[in-house]
Write a protein that binds this ligand. Structure first.
Ligand code: KG4
Ligand code: ZN
Length: 359
């Protein structure tokens, strides 16, 4: 079964052709970092306008690289939400139009549900293409990658806990089966990636900030500045805005931040976020008696998080599944994989289906 997955919930326009929910035949991502970096964050109107320009070439390139024509596609999966509604509408309207014109079934996919599907698309430990860099996609109009297409995935058994941690979401989910899951915790304010991006802006490090902080932090001392960890032990919810304010206050007290101090402040801030993400994910596994854990989303590219969570999971005898960075960030392949399982269960969306900013 060949599924075309289309993703446009934020600032990436992505399309991918996936066979039987596992084998990636193509994955194209058109990044917009070049547009938004001068504003230090995503400008929703600019994002949807660029999506209108890129949706057709990105889908055409995905079909071309997969060596298939639109008539070969058995179903279309498309992000229905959550995200920026103007952005989602571009991919969704396009998917509906193609589905209607070509008489192909289509199904709406929850973006957060799709992120953990990355581990079903490749080897769980993913040594291939594991560079930690989103820039493999480049900032071109579109750039193609074929992640791990020949790789036989080592996949988790159900049930599993999934941590989806990105610029828009910090969500802990319990999955009982494909499409059968519920939220056990989520952020009450900033998403972890949003905190990285806002702090990077504050420190004059550009946008998106996660990867830059990750790099600078490698030269810094994570114990140099003692930021309080918002553990909130009675809940699996997260809150990162206080941490951001603590950093802001530190910056106000110390004036210009550069050199060794910049490395130390980024390392200390990153360590506080990583500690909370690790503690909550492991505790979610323990308290639910589940020993399979998946992390995905852009922040799952973070080298310190990958390292610390791997060590802690090993010590706790929890099987950790981390997709390659290429599949952690937004892409069409995870949408196609989630759609495949929906089609298998008989789900098909109606042409009247709407886009939702929150789901
Ligand atoms: O999943 P994604 O591509 O888009 C959303 O759905 O938000 O995630 C983008 C987010 C950004 O906030 C970016 O700063 C963060 O992921 N990110 C990182 C790293 N690479 C990307 N955060 C920390 N460390 C990284 N290495
Ligand atoms: Zn995402």
């Amino acid at each position: 079964m060949l599924i075309l997955g289309i993703e446009s919930s934020c600032d990436d326009m992505a399309a991918s052709v996936v066979e039987d929910g596992r084998k990636i035949l193509s994955s194209i991502v058109s990044s917009q970092d070049d547009i938004h970096k001068k504003y230090g964050g995503i400008v929703p109107e600019l994002a949807s306008r660029r999506h209108i320009e890129t949706v057709i070439p990105v889908v055409e390139e995905a079909l071309k690289q997969a060596g298939v024509a639109i008539k070969d596609i058995d179903g279309i999966g498309v992000t229905q939400g959550p995200g920026l509604v103007g952005s989602i509408l571009v991919g969704l309207s396009f998917a509906k139009a193609v589905a209607y014109a070509m008489d192909i079934p289509f199904v709406g996919v929850n973006h957060i549900e799709a992120h953990p599907m990355a581990v079903f698309l490749e080897d769980a430990r993913c040594k291939m293409q594991d560079t930690g860099s989103r820039n493999l996609y480049g900032c071109d109009r579109y750039a193609g990658v074929k992640p791990a297409a020949t790789h036989e995935p080592k996949t988790p058994d159900f049930p599993f806990i999934a941590l989806v941690v990105s610029g828009g979401h910090t969500t802990l989910l319990k999955f009982k089966d494909f499409g059968d899951y519920y939220i056990i915790g989520q952020t009450r304010d900033d998403a972890a990636g949003e905190a990285f991006d806002k702090v990077a802006k504050l420190l004059g490090l550009g946008y998106p900030g996660g990867r830059v902080i990750d790099e600078l932090a490698k030269q810094g001392n994570p114990n140099a500045i003692e930021f309080t960890r918002p553990y909130m032990p009675d809940t699996f919810d997260f809150s990162f805005s206080g941490l951001k304010t603590a950093l802001l206050n530190y910056v106000k007290r110390h004036g210009e931040i550069k050199g060794k101090l910049l490395n130390d402040i980024t390392a200390s801030f990153q360590e506080a976020i990583v500690d909370v993400l690790v503690e909550k994910s492991i505790r979610a596994c323990r308290e639910n008696s589940i020993n399979n854990l998946i992390i995905s989303g852009g922040v799952a590219c973070n080298s310190r998080l990958r390292h610390k969570l791997s060590n802690t999971a090993d010590a706790e005898k929890i099987n950790l599944f981390i997709p390659s960075p290429l599949l952690c960030t937004d892409n069409g392949a995870t949408i196609a994989a989630a759609a495949y399982h929906k089609f298998k269960k008989g789900s098909v969306s109606d042409i009247s289906m709407n886009a939702y900013a929150s789901m």
